[in-house]
Design a protein around this ligand. Structure first.
Ligand SMILES: [Zn+2]
Ligand SMILES: [Zn+2]
Length: 271
Protein backbone atom coordinates (compact mmCIF):
# COMPACT_ATOMS: atom_id res chain seq x y z
CA UNK A 1 0.00 0.00 0.00
CA UNK A 2 1.22 3.46 -0.80
CA UNK A 3 1.32 6.28 1.72
CA UNK A 4 -1.92 8.22 1.94
CA UNK A 5 -2.01 11.61 0.21
CA UNK A 6 -2.74 14.68 2.31
CA UNK A 7 -5.36 16.06 -0.07
CA UNK A 8 -8.97 16.15 1.12
CA UNK A 9 -11.57 14.95 -1.30
CA UNK A 10 -14.95 14.69 0.43
CA UNK A 11 -17.03 11.71 -0.60
CA UNK A 12 -20.58 12.98 -1.33
CA UNK A 13 -22.02 9.54 -0.56
CA UNK A 14 -20.34 9.24 2.85
CA UNK A 15 -21.01 12.88 3.79
CA UNK A 16 -24.68 12.40 2.84
CA UNK A 17 -24.88 9.15 4.75
CA UNK A 18 -23.36 10.68 7.88
CA UNK A 19 -25.75 13.64 7.77
CA UNK A 20 -28.75 11.34 7.40
CA UNK A 21 -27.84 8.92 10.22
CA UNK A 22 -26.95 11.75 12.63
CA UNK A 23 -30.22 13.55 11.77
CA UNK A 24 -32.20 10.35 12.33
CA UNK A 25 -30.46 9.88 15.70
CA UNK A 26 -31.31 13.48 16.69
CA UNK A 27 -34.93 12.83 15.73
CA UNK A 28 -35.15 10.54 18.78
CA UNK A 29 -35.13 13.68 20.96
CA UNK A 30 -38.00 15.27 19.03
CA UNK A 31 -40.32 12.27 18.99
CA UNK A 32 -42.06 10.82 22.08
CA UNK A 33 -39.81 8.19 23.66
CA UNK A 34 -41.05 4.67 22.88
CA UNK A 35 -41.43 2.26 25.83
CA UNK A 36 -38.17 0.90 27.26
CA UNK A 37 -36.13 3.22 25.03
CA UNK A 38 -33.22 3.32 27.49
CA UNK A 39 -32.73 -0.46 28.02
CA UNK A 40 -33.38 -1.24 24.34
CA UNK A 41 -31.00 1.51 23.18
CA UNK A 42 -28.38 0.38 25.67
CA UNK A 43 -28.71 -3.26 24.56
CA UNK A 44 -28.29 -2.24 20.90
CA UNK A 45 -25.28 -0.06 21.80
CA UNK A 46 -23.55 -2.80 23.80
CA UNK A 47 -24.28 -5.46 21.15
CA UNK A 48 -22.84 -3.37 18.33
CA UNK A 49 -19.94 -2.38 20.59
CA UNK A 50 -19.05 -5.98 21.45
CA UNK A 51 -19.40 -6.96 17.79
CA UNK A 52 -16.90 -4.25 16.93
CA UNK A 53 -14.34 -4.54 19.74
CA UNK A 54 -14.44 -8.33 20.07
CA UNK A 55 -15.38 -9.40 16.53
CA UNK A 56 -13.86 -6.86 14.16
CA UNK A 57 -10.97 -5.65 16.26
CA UNK A 58 -9.61 -8.32 18.62
CA UNK A 59 -10.67 -11.37 16.57
CA UNK A 60 -10.30 -10.39 12.92
CA UNK A 61 -7.64 -7.67 12.99
CA UNK A 62 -5.40 -9.19 15.66
CA UNK A 63 -6.38 -12.88 15.84
CA UNK A 64 -6.36 -12.58 19.63
CA UNK A 65 -8.41 -15.78 19.97
CA UNK A 66 -9.98 -18.53 17.90
CA UNK A 67 -13.72 -19.28 17.71
CA UNK A 68 -16.22 -21.17 15.56
CA UNK A 69 -16.97 -19.51 12.22
CA UNK A 70 -20.63 -18.90 13.15
CA UNK A 71 -19.54 -16.93 16.23
CA UNK A 72 -17.21 -14.84 14.05
CA UNK A 73 -19.97 -14.14 11.51
CA UNK A 74 -22.49 -13.30 14.25
CA UNK A 75 -20.12 -10.79 15.87
CA UNK A 76 -19.13 -9.23 12.55
CA UNK A 77 -22.75 -8.98 11.35
CA UNK A 78 -23.80 -7.14 14.53
CA UNK A 79 -20.81 -4.80 14.11
CA UNK A 80 -21.90 -4.14 10.52
CA UNK A 81 -25.15 -2.59 11.79
CA UNK A 82 -23.14 0.64 11.79
CA UNK A 83 -22.43 0.20 8.04
CA UNK A 84 -18.78 0.98 8.71
CA UNK A 85 -17.50 -1.10 5.83
CA UNK A 86 -16.63 -4.71 5.15
CA UNK A 87 -14.21 -6.37 7.60
CA UNK A 88 -11.82 -6.38 4.62
CA UNK A 89 -11.75 -2.57 4.61
CA UNK A 90 -11.89 -2.25 8.40
CA UNK A 91 -9.05 -4.69 9.05
CA UNK A 92 -6.87 -3.32 6.23
CA UNK A 93 -7.18 0.23 7.60
CA UNK A 94 -6.58 -0.93 11.16
CA UNK A 95 -3.58 -3.14 10.40
CA UNK A 96 -2.08 -0.25 8.44
CA UNK A 97 -2.70 1.95 11.49
CA UNK A 98 -0.68 -0.42 13.68
CA UNK A 99 2.09 -0.70 11.12
CA UNK A 100 2.47 3.07 10.66
CA UNK A 101 0.86 4.52 13.80
CA UNK A 102 1.19 8.32 13.90
CA UNK A 103 3.62 8.27 10.97
CA UNK A 104 3.22 8.75 7.23
CA UNK A 105 0.65 6.26 6.00
CA UNK A 106 -1.52 6.21 9.13
CA UNK A 107 -4.86 7.36 7.73
CA UNK A 108 -6.38 8.57 11.00
CA UNK A 109 -3.58 10.03 13.07
CA UNK A 110 -4.27 13.30 14.96
CA UNK A 111 -1.01 14.49 13.39
CA UNK A 112 -3.41 15.81 10.74
CA UNK A 113 -5.65 17.42 13.34
CA UNK A 114 -7.96 16.10 16.02
CA UNK A 115 -11.17 16.34 13.99
CA UNK A 116 -9.53 14.81 10.95
CA UNK A 117 -8.58 11.82 13.12
CA UNK A 118 -12.07 11.68 14.59
CA UNK A 119 -14.27 11.87 11.49
CA UNK A 120 -12.52 13.79 8.72
CA UNK A 121 -10.64 10.77 7.41
CA UNK A 122 -13.90 8.83 7.04
CA UNK A 123 -15.37 11.61 4.90
CA UNK A 124 -12.19 11.81 2.81
CA UNK A 125 -12.43 9.60 -0.23
CA UNK A 126 -8.65 9.84 -0.66
CA UNK A 127 -7.86 8.49 2.82
CA UNK A 128 -8.37 4.79 2.22
CA UNK A 129 -7.28 2.37 -0.43
CA UNK A 130 -10.22 0.20 -1.54
CA UNK A 131 -7.81 -2.55 -2.55
CA UNK A 132 -5.75 -2.38 0.66
CA UNK A 133 -7.21 -5.71 1.78
CA UNK A 134 -5.16 -7.46 -0.95
CA UNK A 135 -2.03 -6.46 0.98
CA UNK A 136 -3.22 -6.45 4.58
CA UNK A 137 -5.94 -9.10 4.76
CA UNK A 138 -4.64 -12.13 2.91
CA UNK A 139 -5.95 -14.31 5.76
CA UNK A 140 -9.55 -13.37 4.93
CA UNK A 141 -9.21 -12.61 1.22
CA UNK A 142 -11.13 -15.76 0.25
CA UNK A 143 -14.13 -15.13 2.47
CA UNK A 144 -17.25 -14.74 0.31
CA UNK A 145 -19.36 -13.10 3.01
CA UNK A 146 -16.77 -10.40 3.56
CA UNK A 147 -16.58 -9.80 -0.17
CA UNK A 148 -20.36 -9.53 -0.28
CA UNK A 149 -20.14 -6.94 2.49
CA UNK A 150 -17.60 -5.05 0.42
CA UNK A 151 -20.38 -4.46 -2.14
CA UNK A 152 -23.39 -4.25 0.17
CA UNK A 153 -22.02 -2.77 3.37
CA UNK A 154 -25.37 -1.16 4.07
CA UNK A 155 -27.20 -4.52 3.85
CA UNK A 156 -27.25 -5.47 7.56
CA UNK A 157 -28.28 -1.92 8.54
CA UNK A 158 -31.17 -1.85 6.05
CA UNK A 159 -32.42 -5.22 7.30
CA UNK A 160 -32.21 -4.05 10.93
CA UNK A 161 -34.13 -0.84 10.19
CA UNK A 162 -36.82 -2.82 8.36
CA UNK A 163 -37.08 -5.24 11.27
CA UNK A 164 -37.38 -2.52 13.93
CA UNK A 165 -39.77 -0.41 11.84
CA UNK A 166 -42.09 -3.26 10.88
CA UNK A 167 -42.06 -4.87 14.34
CA UNK A 168 -42.22 -1.90 16.71
CA UNK A 169 -43.40 0.94 14.45
CA UNK A 170 -41.41 3.43 12.39
CA UNK A 171 -41.56 6.08 15.14
CA UNK A 172 -39.33 3.82 17.31
CA UNK A 173 -36.50 3.55 14.76
CA UNK A 174 -34.62 6.73 15.83
CA UNK A 175 -34.53 5.80 19.56
CA UNK A 176 -34.18 2.03 19.23
CA UNK A 177 -31.69 2.03 16.37
CA UNK A 178 -30.12 5.24 15.06
CA UNK A 179 -29.36 6.87 18.41
CA UNK A 180 -27.36 3.88 19.78
CA UNK A 181 -25.72 3.34 16.36
CA UNK A 182 -24.53 6.96 16.16
CA UNK A 183 -23.41 6.93 19.82
CA UNK A 184 -21.32 3.85 19.15
CA UNK A 185 -19.88 5.35 15.97
CA UNK A 186 -18.74 8.40 17.95
CA UNK A 187 -17.28 6.21 20.72
CA UNK A 188 -15.25 4.18 18.28
CA UNK A 189 -14.07 7.34 16.45
CA UNK A 190 -12.81 8.61 19.83
CA UNK A 191 -10.38 5.68 20.01
CA UNK A 192 -8.61 7.04 16.92
CA UNK A 193 -8.75 10.71 17.92
CA UNK A 194 -8.74 10.99 21.74
CA UNK A 195 -6.47 7.99 22.39
CA UNK A 196 -3.78 9.33 20.07
CA UNK A 197 -4.03 12.95 21.29
CA UNK A 198 -3.01 14.57 24.57
CA UNK A 199 -5.56 12.99 26.90
CA UNK A 200 -4.92 10.19 29.41
CA UNK A 201 -1.60 8.53 30.19
CA UNK A 202 1.23 6.66 28.53
CA UNK A 203 2.38 3.59 30.45
CA UNK A 204 4.36 1.89 27.69
CA UNK A 205 7.02 3.57 25.64
CA UNK A 206 5.57 2.64 22.25
CA UNK A 207 6.85 4.31 19.08
CA UNK A 208 3.43 5.90 18.46
CA UNK A 209 1.49 8.46 20.50
CA UNK A 210 -1.15 6.07 21.86
CA UNK A 211 -2.55 6.71 25.34
CA UNK A 212 -4.75 5.02 27.91
CA UNK A 213 -7.92 7.07 28.41
CA UNK A 214 -10.29 5.62 31.03
CA UNK A 215 -13.43 7.43 29.90
CA UNK A 216 -13.00 6.24 26.32
CA UNK A 217 -12.85 2.71 27.74
CA UNK A 218 -16.14 3.31 29.56
CA UNK A 219 -17.75 4.44 26.30
CA UNK A 220 -15.99 2.04 23.94
CA UNK A 221 -16.17 -1.13 26.08
CA UNK A 222 -12.47 -1.41 26.88
CA UNK A 223 -10.97 0.10 23.73
CA UNK A 224 -9.67 3.15 25.61
CA UNK A 225 -6.69 1.23 27.06
CA UNK A 226 -5.12 2.04 23.75
CA UNK A 227 -1.52 2.43 24.90
CA UNK A 228 -1.75 -1.10 26.38
CA UNK A 229 -3.16 -2.21 23.05
CA UNK A 230 -0.39 -0.67 20.96
CA UNK A 231 2.20 -2.20 23.28
CA UNK A 232 0.70 -5.70 22.85
CA UNK A 233 -1.72 -5.62 19.88
CA UNK A 234 -2.42 -9.36 19.86
CA UNK A 235 -3.59 -9.43 23.49
CA UNK A 236 -7.29 -10.31 23.84
CA UNK A 237 -7.30 -8.29 27.05
CA UNK A 238 -6.88 -4.51 26.81
CA UNK A 239 -7.46 -3.57 30.46
CA UNK A 240 -4.73 -5.39 32.34
CA UNK A 241 -5.57 -4.71 35.96
CA UNK A 242 -8.85 -5.09 37.79
CA UNK A 243 -9.79 -1.41 37.70
CA UNK A 244 -9.20 -1.09 33.95
CA UNK A 245 -12.78 -1.53 32.73
CA UNK A 246 -12.75 -3.88 29.75
CA UNK A 247 -16.13 -5.45 28.92
CA UNK A 248 -14.69 -6.79 25.64
CA UNK A 249 -12.34 -8.96 27.67
CA UNK A 250 -15.16 -10.10 29.99
CA UNK A 251 -17.15 -11.12 26.92
CA UNK A 252 -14.21 -13.14 25.54
CA UNK A 253 -13.89 -14.84 28.97
CA UNK A 254 -17.60 -15.69 28.81
CA UNK A 255 -17.17 -17.15 25.30
CA UNK A 256 -14.20 -19.15 26.61
CA UNK A 257 -16.25 -20.49 29.55
CA UNK A 258 -18.93 -21.62 27.08
CA UNK A 259 -16.33 -23.39 24.91
CA UNK A 260 -16.83 -20.85 22.12
CA UNK A 261 -13.34 -19.27 22.28
CA UNK A 262 -9.93 -20.82 22.68
CA UNK A 263 -6.23 -20.11 22.11
CA UNK A 264 -6.83 -16.76 23.81
CA UNK A 265 -3.68 -14.66 23.57
CA UNK A 266 -2.30 -12.60 26.45
CA UNK A 267 1.07 -10.92 27.02
CA UNK A 268 3.44 -13.10 29.03
CA UNK A 269 3.81 -12.19 32.68
CA UNK A 270 7.43 -11.30 32.08
CA UNK A 271 6.55 -8.79 29.34
ZN1 LIG B 1 -4.10 3.35 17.70
ZN1 LIG C 1 -5.72 -2.80 17.09
Amino acid sequence: MTSVPLRFQASPVIVGYMLVVHALAALAFLLPWPPYALPVGLAVYVSIGLGTTVGLHRLLCHRAFVCPRWVEYALVTVAMLTAQGSPLLWAATHRLHHAKADADGDVHSPQRGFWYAHMGWILNEASTDDDGWRTWCRDMAQDRYYHWLLRYRIGPQVLAVLYVGLTFGWHTVPAYFFLPVVCWMQSTYAVNSVCHAKFGTRVHDTRDKSRNVWWVSVLALGEGWHNNHHAFPASARHGWVWWQWDPGWLFIRALQALGLAWDVRLPSRAR
